[in-house]
Write a new protein. Structure first.
Length: 427
């Protein structure tokens, strides 16, 4: 009761609209797909009116296209507007911001792991909606947000920030690890026995799971949910996590600038947060419109991921009518330089996906390019001769003789302070 009270006090001070948003989101769970689309259209029309009247950037964009907000009469009319990139959000940052008055506004930023960091203002109502969206996902697993939880995140804290973080964690009944030496890890593992849910970087959770399994420690009895976010959950992670905790890791997909895009239900489907975003798939790339944020309008945003939407007629046994995001395939933008040609880094996704589908060979990997025409494949697992040949065959299948490669096995891939990247180019 004390922890719930502390959590509610902190929530009231920071995000007073969370409870009302959560009530709304729980009620909209029973909506039909048609109801959800009607709500999306209503919010879209509201968004474009505000963007046109309050944002210099969007007014200029509409005028150049000879468009008015009233021209957006259907969800399909969204296609009349151009796509916007992260570079646009950074270059035209001041012009994109609206001059709306809000009772409370937060400074927000992206991590910058896929390029330059974006900074923007997010009003409290939009921030509360985003947090309520996460809490709705928790509710599908019987989790209350004030229950004891373990948080795996990158850190690079000064003493002042570490103290501030510990205070905030206390209000959220959250504990995390600040060091990765054996003493700190052992202490942290013992603390896991009292947690209800675990969340954070999937690679960090995977590493702790391996240590738990190696030590033969019994899984936490109270655990209801393990959530990976900010990184792709590799298929190879699930076996270790299932063994350590008795649960599979589920996925939450989103970004700071878009809010929560999708959340995995207990049936294993990633339901799009349709009350908060419109998701389009354009040439296998995700395009996101944030329906709830008015202080910094995000309309038809190229987030930078390849995705695959489920067929429109796919239904989930959980009962939700929300559209399903079948897969986040990989990150867009990184280029692999061969001796003669260039290749998309998405090739690595297919190389290792093929090993699973053809041979049930699950590998954790990182690929680094330091020189044009050469690649170094770092593999966590040991490979026997036949497995090594299978990996070589897949590499040659995609890069032919245009790449010289080296395969290193039994490698430590885990990075303590940041999210994992499967491909790193130093060119």
């Amino acid at each position: 009761m004390i922890q719930k009270l502390l959590f509610k006090i902190g929530q009231k001070l920071r995000n007073p609209f969370i409870d009302s948003w959560l009530l709304f989101l729980k009620s909209s769970e029973s909506w039909t797909l048609e109801d959800l689309k009607k709500y999306q259209l209503k919010k879209l029309q509201e968004l474009v009116k505000i963007a046109y009247s309050k944002s210099e950037y969007y007014k200029r964009t509409f005028d150049q296209l000879n468009l008015k907000p009233s021209d957006i009469q259907t969800l399909e009319d969204l296609n009349k507007l151009p796509l916007i990139t992260k570079e646009d959000l950074i270059i035209f940052n001041n012009d994109i911001h609206t001059n709306l008055e809000a009772s409370k506004v937060f400074d927000a930023s992206t991590s910058g792991t896929s390029g330059a960091s974006l900074k923007f203002k997010r009003e409290e109502k939009a921030d509360s909606f985003n947090r309520a969206s996460i809490f709705r996902g928790y509710s599908w697993y019987g989790v209350k947000p004030w229950e004891s939880n373990a948080y795996f995140w990158g850190f690079n804290f000064t003493l002042h920030k570490k103290i501030k973080t510990k205070i905030l964690d206390r209000f959220q009944n959250r504990f995390r690890i600040f060091s990765y030496d054996d003493i700190a890890i052992n202490k942290f593992i013992k603390s896991l026995k009292r947690v209800s849910y675990i969340h954070g970087y999937s690679s960090m959770i995977y590493e702790i799971a391996k240590k738990i399994n190696k030590k033969g420690i019994k899984a936490p009895l109270k655990l209801k949910l393990i959530k990976g976010t900010s990184e792709k959950i590799q298929d190879t992670y699930q076996e270790e996590i299932q063994k350590a905790f008795g649960l599979k890791m589920i996925s939450e997909y989103g970004a700071a600038e878009t809010g929560i895009i999708a959340f995995e239900c207990p049936q294993g489907n990633m339901h799009i947060n349709m009350e908060g975003v419109i998701v389009e798939e354009v040439e296998n790339e995700i395009i996101v419109t944030n329906l709830q944020m008015h202080s910094f309008p995000i309309i038809r945003y190229k987030l930078g991921d390849y995705i695959k939407l489920a067929p429109k007629n796919k239904k989930c046994n959980c009962g939700l009518q929300h559209s399903i995001l079948e897969e986040v395939t990989g990150r867009i933008g990184a280029v692999v330089y061969g001796k003669k040609k260039n290749y998309p880094s998405l090739y690595f996704y297919y190389i290792f996906k093929n090993l699973v589908s053809k041979y049930e060979l699950y590998l954790n990997y990182k690929v680094i390019q330091n020189k044009r025409g050469t690649l170094v494949f770092f593999i966590e697992q040991a490979l026997d001769h036949l497995e090594f040949i299978k990996l070589e065959d897949e590499i040659k299948n995609y890069f032919k003789d245009d790449i010289i490669y080296e395969i290193k096995m039994n490698q430590i891939l885990f990075s303590k302070n940041e999210k994992q990247k499967s491909f790193i180019s130093n060119l």
